[in-house]
Write a protein of this length. Structure first.
Length: 154
């Protein structure tokens, strides 16, 4: 199935989904946050076809989310490591996990927990907050025109 590109849309959500909105791309990101780096390790963890995995790794690398680096000097084996851009997607992956824990599995049935390495305590649910710290919902915010706005904000 051919995907329609959203790269011409003047919308941050559309452009981001165009890059990471594929299920395999998100699963690769999840595994990368868990420390997976080698092609074979991604393939074993995900069970995805090698052609699909190769394509998604290439696209994530082209987008600057992953970087392909030599595993060791003098060895023709490579690893995929998160870039600064990729590491900033961590809250996105955590938000998806927390939503799934609540709405797919339900309280008390979560398949995994994200724990603070220092304390061993579960992390707080992510939330959008005002500068004051107040938790905001979609009803509490409005969309304003950004510095890169055009006349079409779809």
């Amino acid at each position: 199935m051919t995907r329609t590109s959203l790269e011409t849309h003047h919308c941050s959500v559309a452009r981001t989904v165009d890059i990471i909105g594929d299920r395999w791309a998100l699963m690769i990101l999840r595994d990368a946050f868990y420390g997976v780096r080698a092609f074979s390790a991604f393939q074993a963890s995900l069970g995805v076809a090698k052609t699909v995995l190769s394509d998604r790794l290439r696209r994530l690398t082209q987008a600057g989310i992953l970087e392909k680096v030599r595993a060791r000097e003098g060895v023709e084996r490579f690893e995929y490591r998160l870039t600064a851009s990729g590491r900033e997607l961590f809250p996105v992956v955590v938000a998806l996990m927390q939503w799934g824990d609540r709405w797919v599995f339900g309280a008390g049935h979560e398949p995994a927990q994200i724990l603070d390495r220092e304390t061993g305590s579960p992390v707080q649910p992510l939330a959008v907050q005002a500068r004051s710290g107040k938790v905001l919902t979609a009803r509490d915010v409005m969309l304003g025109r950004g510095p890169g706005v055009t006349t079409d904000m779809r």
